[in-house]
Design a protein around this ligand. Structure first.
Ligand SMILES: *[C@@H]1O[C@H](CO)[C@@H](O)[C@H](O)[C@H]1NC(C)=O
Ligand SMILES: *[C@@H]1O[C@H](CO)[C@@H](O)[C@H](O)[C@H]1NC(C)=O
Ligand SMILES: *[C@@H]1O[C@H](CO)[C@@H](O)[C@H](O)[C@H]1NC(C)=O
Length: 365
């Protein structure tokens, strides 16, 4: 009996903290950001549907939310990004979570100049006291910000600058930078970073009080614009770009394992069945002018809840996969039995026609 009471108490204490964050998100969003009261990004379990290549065809059946893009530092509707909205989609396959950011905009690209190309970033809450405002909101500035003074204010940042990135090719996590223990990406600029505030922002593995050698870039991603014509090649010689000024849509596609081997609170850790907090940012070189780091648009003016959902037992994925494999086995068994039946009829017929089948004793061979 005592064990039952203890167990019940444990179950309730486990349920309540799970339910609370949901209410909390809603309240907080409604208070400080009227534009997106009940919006949440939902990453459902959809294994085996996403290829990270910058193309959006495979995302057709995934629902996303659309967000107006307001300047992050001055969220004034008059200064919204004029090109269109951002849509944000997510799914997971039980091990990896995938994101698709889609933004309408004319094709602007200056090869080699990151700030003259569009760019996107995702930011996640890591520390329990990390705010959306001021990227974690730690009060300490460079000189005094470190993993002790800013403890609890960590945010995880993925930033993709496409100036050196061939459309459709995969960037981010690579052996060279991971072997040096940093979140850098020397081939393009799809980096894994963290921050306590906008001034205390570092690549994973680097920091004000020394570099650890344990960090990794855990992100990968690709970009595309739908005015680029399809090429088989992913090399510069194929000139895999489009004509400037063409109206269309940008696609930025990313993947990251749900869990990483992070040692230092620099990566968000996702849990199936739980809610994380995300924000999305977009940079655009208006009128060809290069952007600066703080000049970006944001998909909301606070954290957006991100649900990593568990497959429900009745979900069509678990249901249909086991059903279809059962069907295949049954069909195969049926086919085998039909073949063996035909074979026995044939053998019987053959034997009855050749009445004088010669009998050869084995010892005479
Ligand atoms: C977050 O803030 C609360 C209240 O100020 C504090 O009690 C708690 O220790 C902080 N958490 C961390 C990880 O610093
Ligand atoms: C803070 O950073 C230093 C230097 O990288 C490291 O030695 C230390 O373990 C870190 N402390 C925590 C609590 O992560
Ligand atoms: C950390 O790495 C950066 C860049 O690689 C380097 O400039 C800095 O001196 C390193 N800091 C320490 C304390 O090793």
């Amino acid at each position: 009996m005592l064990r039952l009471v203890v167990l019940t108490a444990f179950v309730f204490s486990a349920v309540i903290p799970l339910a609370n964050p949901h209410e909390h998100h809603g309240d907080e969003a409604a208070e400080s950001c009227e534009a997106s009261p009940d919006i949440r990004v939902v990453a459902d379990y959809r294994p085996g549907i996403i290829t990270v290549d910058g193309h959006s065809d495979d995302w057709g059946g995934v629902e996303g939310f659309e967000f107006g893009l307001l300047p992050a530092l001055d969220p004034d509707a008059d200064k919204a990004y004029a090109g269109g909205k951002m849509s944000l989609k997510a799914v997971h396959d039980g091990r990896i979570v995938f994101f698709m950011l889609q933004v309408d905009g004319e094709y602007v690209y200056s090869q080699g100049a990151n700030e003259k190309c569009p760019s996107v970033a995702l930011m996640f809450q890591v520390g329990e006291n990390a705010t959306y405002h001021n990227m974690g909101g730690c009060k300490d500035m460079p000189g005094s910000c470190n993993n002790q003074t800013c403890r609890g204010h960590e945010v995880d940042i993925m930033h993709f600058s496409i100036g050196n990135a061939i459309p459709g090719r995969l960037y981010g996590s690579n052996m060279m930078d991971n072997s040096e223990g940093t979140g850098d990406d020397r081939f393009s600029h799809l980096v894994d970073a963290y921050a306590w505030n906008p001034h205390c922002r570092y690549l994973d593995g680097k920091g004000p009080s020394g570099n650890s050698s344990f960090a990794q870039n855990d992100w990968q991603g690709a970009w595309w614009h739908n005015t680029i014509s399809f090429h088989s090649g992913l090399v510069i010689d194929d000139s895999p770009y489009a004509k400037g000024g063409a109206k269309g849509t940008y696609y930025f596609e990313f993947s990251r394992p749900l869990r990483t081997m992070d040692h230092s609170q620099q990566d968000v850790q996702f849990v199936i069945g739980q809610t994380s907090r995300v924000a999305a940012a977009f940079w655009f070189p208006s009128e060809g002018k290069p952007w600066s780091g703080s000049q970006h648009f944001s998909a909301s003016c606070n954290w957006l809840p991100l649900d990593i959902t568990a497959p429900s037992p009745s979900s069509s994925y678990t249901g249909s996969s086991s059903k279809s494999s059962w069907d295949a086995a049954t069909a195969f068994a049926l086919l085998l039995s039909v073949i063996s039946f035909c074979l026995s009829v044939f053998v019987g017929y053959f034997a009855s026609r050749n009445k004088s089948v010669p009998f050869t004793p084995i010892d005479r061979l």
